[in-house]
Design a protein around this ligand. Structure first.
Ligand code: ZN
Length: 123
């Protein structure tokens, strides 16, 4: 069964496999499953595969930090912007694991959409 576009978006949000939309990409915390527990698709196609996720992580971090800064300037209008930047950077630290996880999930989904399974993937 081929998943629909809405199922794939839901799988991305829920950090599920891009192929079956059911198997979890992460086992627990920051530990990824090597393969999908449902359809056995390998998540890390090759060494250095997640370098692409760094670009996505950077973009996500910028979006979150800009959102924090916007909220900071609304909540603290009389405070110097330099202080707001420092406060926002400190407030962003707890979100780093979530951003990292979603960056990898988005990368896997994008990669499998742009370059579907190849014979050398072994899945
Ligand atoms: Zn799967």
């Amino acid at each position: 069964m081929i998943p629909t576009a809405s199922q794939k978006w839901l799988a991305l949000i829920c950090m599920r496999c891009p192929r079956c939309c059911d198997g979890s990409i992460y086992a627990h915390g920051m530990t990824m499953n090597e393969r999908c527990p449902v359809c056995n698709m390998r998540f890390e196609r090759e060494p250095g595969y997640f370098m692409g996720a760094l670009y996505i992580s950077y973009a996500l971090a910028i979006v979150v930090l800009l959102l924090f800064m916007w909220l900071g300037t609304l909540i603290l209008p009389d405070v110097d912007l330099g202080w707001i930047v420092l406060i926002c950077a400190a407030c962003f630290v707890p979100f780093v694991p979530v951003v990292t996880r979603y960056a990898r999930v988005i990368w896997i989904h994008f990669d499998r959409w742009a370059w579907p399974s190849r014979p050398e993937d072994g899945d």
